[in-house]
Ligand binder design. Structure first.
Ligand SMILES: Nc1ncnc2c1ncn2[C@@H]1O[C@H](COP(=O)(O)OP(=O)(O)OP(=O)(O)O)[C@@H](O)[C@H]1O
Length: 250
């Protein structure tokens, strides 16, 4: 017997108020347990809109989303408790220290009492930020903020992580640390859905990929499946350009 996917998206559609064109349209894909699934697409393709609907932060206009087998429309609170979300825009309080930020996120995610200190301390240590725990986030570098943004999503040890461009704007050292951590989580059975512009990175860590453009799925599967279906392409970057074109996007 095969297990059902952790995320099942079917016929998803979203049109923003005042917009004539859907941001997401007829989008369907499934994410299996324990895999790193990469959602790729050019600027404005609909990646963040899709991830926000999955997290219950945005309502869809049509289609269905099931997460852990639960309907995202009806069980959004329960789903939110069981997932960790690191948004594209850094979601931290700049005037608070890293420690204070993480205590806040612990409470938000239901980590309470004596469990707070080891959760915060352990993750700060793993991400090389323990010595800077009492520094206000406004003094953090881009890479440090990105790592802290990710820690905030991990405090309650979620079984599913949704990461919107988790390595955006960081140096090679922070990127390597974040990607290694993602691999280690995957090896422990955590499922990760992530979006990125960095095709080389996605190629390295994802077992499944979906390329979307103008809100629609234009290719999906493993990299070798997608390359086999598009025999003019020899790499993910070539395939991506062949499918999405070379025109500049807004
Ligand atoms: N709040 C909003 N109101 C109106 N239109 C929006 C809003 N947010 C996004 N859009 C539009 O919806 C489309 C999809 O945007 P979205 O941010 O989901 O794309 P993306 O793939 O995440 O892009 P990027 O890679 O640049 O982050 C774009 O045309 C964008 O301009």
């Amino acid at each position: 017997m095969t297990s059902s996917p952790i995320i099942q998206v079917s016929g998803l559609r979203k049109v923003y108020k005042g917009s004539l064109k859907p941001a997401v349209d007829q989008l369907s894909f499934a994410v299996e347990e324990g895999e790193i699934f990469g959602l790729l697409g050019p600027n404005g393709a609909g990646k963040s809109t899709t991830l926000m609907m999955l997290c219950g932060l945005l309502k869809s206009d049509a289609g269905s989303i099931r997460v852990f087998g639960l309907d995202a429309g009806r069980s959004s609170n329960e789903i939110r408790r069981r997932i960790g979300v690191a948004p594209q825009e850094i979601a931290l309080f700049p005037a608070l220290t890293a420690w204070e930020n993480l205590v806040y996120f612990c409470r938000m995610y239901g980590v309470k009492g004596a469990a707070i200190r080891p959760a915060v301390r352990g993750l700060l240590e793993e991400f090389g930020l323990l010595e800077k725990a009492d520094v206000r986030v406004l003094h953090y570098s881009g890479g440090m903020k990105r790592r802290l943004n990710l820690i905030a999503a991990l405090l309650h040890r979620p079984g599913l992580l949704i990461l919107d461009e988790p390595t955006s704007g960081v140096d090679v050292q922070s990127r390597t640390m974040i990607l290694d951590y993602m691999r280690r989580l995957r090896d422990k059975g955590v499922t990760i859905l992530y979006s990125s512009h960095l095709l080389g990175e996605a190629e390295q860590i994802c077992s499944q990929l979906a390329i979307i453009d103008e809100g629609r799925l234009i290719a999906g599967g493993t990299l070798s499946q997608m390359l086999a279906e598009n025999n003019e392409s020899e790499s993910l970057e070539q395939l991506f350009l062949n499918l999405t074109g070379k025109g500049i996007r807004d």
